[in-house]
Structures are given as C-alpha cells and as structure tokens.
Design a protein around this ligand. Structure first.
Ligand code: GFB
Length: 309
C-alpha cells in the first residue's frame, strides 16, 4: 500500500476499526476515509453503492459488524444474522463493482465447530456443528469468508479474510448484559470495589477456556496481512494461549484490587468449552502478538476508568 493510497476503514468507531485506524495513522497513511453509522448505514444497499461510486477506495478494511457477548448473540439472533449479512454483502459486492485493489474481511473464532479439536486449525472450518448460542453470528461470518473466496474465484478479486480470537482493548463495549466477558468483568469488579459489594457474580461455571488478544495487536496483524497475504481461505489471529474464565476472573480481580469473593451463576450459558486458535500459519507468515494478557488488561482498565467512570 502506498502511503497516499485511499483506504476505507469500515467500522472505525468500534474497538477493532479504531485500532486499525490508529495503526494506519501511525504508519503515515494520509488518505483514510471513514463514515460513522449515522453518515452511512452499511446495511443499506443503495447507500453503500453510492458511497463506493463516489469515493472509489483502493483498499478496504471491513471491521464493521454487529457484535456482542454470549447473551447478546443468543438474544438478538435475527439481528446478528441479518445485519451482519447485509453489511458484508453490501461492502464486499461494492468493493468488487468498484474495482477495489484489496479488501480484508474480519471474522471471528466462533466460526469453528463447537467441539473441534484444539488448537483450531484453519482447515477445521465446516467440519462439525456450531455452538448454538452464536450460530447466527457464526453463519454470517462463514458466509463472509466464502463470499471473499467466491469473488476471488469468479472475478479474481484480491479479497482476504482474517479470523481473530476473543478481543479486548480500547473503545470496548462495557454494557452489563451485552458485552464480552473481559470488559464485563472489568466493570463488575470495579463497581464491586467502589461500592463495597462483598461478591461478584461470574456467568456460567467458570470452566470454559478462552484466548484473548489486545485489539491493537490485531490491528498490527491486519496491517501485516494486508501487505503479506494474498490467498483464499483465511488466517487465524491469536496469542496461542488460553485460560479458564475462573482464572481470567481471578486475574482481573487482582489487577483491580477487589477483596471479596466470586460466585458462579449456572443459569447463564457457558458457550463453547474451548476455542484456542492454532496460530502456526500466522507465525510462519512472520507475525506474532506483542501485548500479553496482564499488560493488556491494565491498559483496558485504564481506558475504562477514563471513559466510563
Ligand atoms: O465473552 P463471551 O460473552 O463470549 O463469554 P464467547 C465467554 C465466557 O465467559 C462464557 C463467561 O462462558 C460466559 O458465560 N462469562 C462469565 C461472562 N461472566 C460473564 C459476564 O459477565 N459477561 C459475559 N459476556 N460472559 C462470543 C460469541 O462467545 O465470543 C461471539 O458469542 C463472538 O459470537 C465472541 O465469537 C468473540 O467467547 O462465549
């Protein structure tokens, strides 16, 4: 990518899109285009068509999506399927129609079968049934991968896909019900400490295992892959290590300095028992994460204190 290349970051206000935007600015790119969702509704076919025809971006990072934690995915099942399909169909098709040089589609580790062998290799896609709580979101993301590949096959478009593991970082969503586990626990432990509440409730059994990547590390990987990966299929992006939700809770508890106890709410879903990415393809391509979990949680907690307290 030339430094004056016209780059569209879709979803630049979200956690991932904003991290990609910051990375591009840091690298000296000067022609980045963005639109808020109020300015451009990516679910609307005509608006997306008009936008691409007017702006003619050369590169696209497709980081716009409807996202949320396990309960949000399971509650708004229709919205997660419909809105994500609309966004990605519109952007990918218009990228083809307007001769975009290269597009990157961002997916999620929930595309893998619920009980796939661990760690998850890219070739395990579509080898088994999905986790029920996030099946609609996963189906949309799988469609996005297949769409990028189909446009590559039929029209020789250089569209690539990247599958990040569970993410956290700056500009995360701290909604009590709809967020992912890591920001949810930052909020719960912080509020319990401040309010002197004796216990914090963790959803599910605490035994599922999850891998966490700081969103700025994902942005580094996306930048690297935009320059170095030009193939069908997709690349996993993660750290290659995971921990139980209980151990994650204990780590956040220690960082925040909450002195009370943990209780587990078995009425809430556990989700997939484990989804650890196999990151050997990414490492072979020449990229590895930098920010370890404890450091990243401290950075995220700082961001939470600045924006939400
Ligand atoms: O992060 P999370 O919502 O999503 O939950 P998934 C991970 C685990 O943490 C589950 C537990 O076992 C939750 O039950 N957990 C414990 C909590 N306490 C909490 C809490 O206060 N809030 C939340 N949210 N979880 C999502 C998918 O799955 O991961 C999406 O639904 C997407 O499709 C995303 O792939 C990355 O990791 O289970």
């Amino acid at each position: 990518m030339e430094k004056n290349a016209k780059i569209y970051v879709a979803g630049h206000r979200g956690m991932v899109g904003s991290a990609i935007y910051r990375k591009l600015i840091k690298e000296g790119f000067s022609n980045i285009i963005t639109r808020t969702s109020a300015e451009l509704d990516l679910r609307d076919q005509q608006s997306v068509k008009d936008f691409f025809e007017a702006e003619k971006p050369e590169y696209v990072f497709l980081a716009a999506a409807k996202v949320g934690g396990i309960v949000a995915n399971n509650t708004y099942r229709a919205d997660f399927l419909y809105e994500n399909l609309c966004i990605q169909n519109n952007v990918i098709h218009q990228a083809y129609q307007n001769s975009v040089t290269k597009l990157m589609f961002l997916g999620s580790s929930c595309i893998y079968p619920k009980l796939a062998p661990q760690p998850l290799k890219e070739e395990y896609l579509l080898t088994g049934l999905l986790e029920e709580t996030n099946e609609p979101y996963a189906i949309a993301k799988i469609a996005g991968i297949k769409m990028a590949d189909a446009y590559r096959d039929q029209y020789a478009c250089n569209f690539i896909s990247v599958m990040p593991t569970n993410l956290y970082g700056y500009n995360d969503n701290y909604h009590p019900q709809n967020s992912h586990v890591l920001p949810a626990l930052i909020r719960k432990f912080h509020e319990a400490k401040v309010n002197g509440t004796p216990e914090v409730t963790i959803w599910g059994s605490g035994s599922p295992m999850r891998e966490f990547l700081f969103a700025d590390d994902l942005a580094e990987a996306c930048y690297f892959l935009m320059q170095n990966y030009n193939d069908a299929g997709f690349v996993n992006v993660g750290t290659g290590t995971d921990l139980t939700i209980k151990d994650l809770a204990l780590l956040i508890k220690r960082i925040i300095g909450f002195e009370g106890t943990l209780t587990f709410d078995s009425s809430k879903p556990d989700g997939t028992p484990r989804k650890l990415m196999d990151v050997s393809k990414l490492h072979e391509l020449g990229w590895k994460h930098q920010i370890e979990l404890e450091e990243g949680i401290k950075l995220a907690y700082q961001d939470f204190l600045e924006k939400h307290v």
